[in-house]
Design a protein. Structure first.
Length: 126
């Protein structure tokens, strides 16, 4: 089934896809061990487990961002609401990440801005 897809949906779909790919890479890296947070940050993860952290990252950021990208590209009627929800989840993830891990990265600012854009634009268009 094909829905009406506005031009902006392509760009926001690409943003969501980029966020989904980055989160999936981070989740896989944490779970498989080729990305490390360092011992102090790892000890603050739930169960002190990077596998649990990776699974949480996949569930909270990668999957909703991928769903938003897919729906935006397809022009689905619920695409913008899904994009707003994925932006809200990304913002919540970053806030909890900073509170739990207690480390700062410029990437958090960039992703936070992307989440804020998805949340506001998605809420306005949805």
């Amino acid at each position: 089934m094909t829905f009406n897809r506005p031009a902006a949906a392509r760009e926001f779909g690409a943003l969501s896809a980029l966020l989904a790919l980055g989160a999936a890479y981070g989740a896989l890296g944490l779970a498989c061990g080729f990305l490390s947070l360092g011992e102090p940050a790892t000890s603050r993860l739930p169960f002190a487990s990077p596998v649990v952290g990776g699974l949480a990252l996949a569930a909270v950021v990668a999957v909703p961002s991928a769903a938003a990208a897919w729906l935006l590209w397809r022009g689905h009627p619920h695409a913008w609401r899904t994009a707003a929800g994925s932006g809200a989840l990304l913002l919540a993830w970053i806030a909890i990440e900073v509170a739990v891990i207690r480390q700062f990265s410029p990437l958090q600012v960039v992703c936070g801005f992307a989440g804020l854009v998805l949340l506001t634009v998605g809420a306005r268009r949805g």
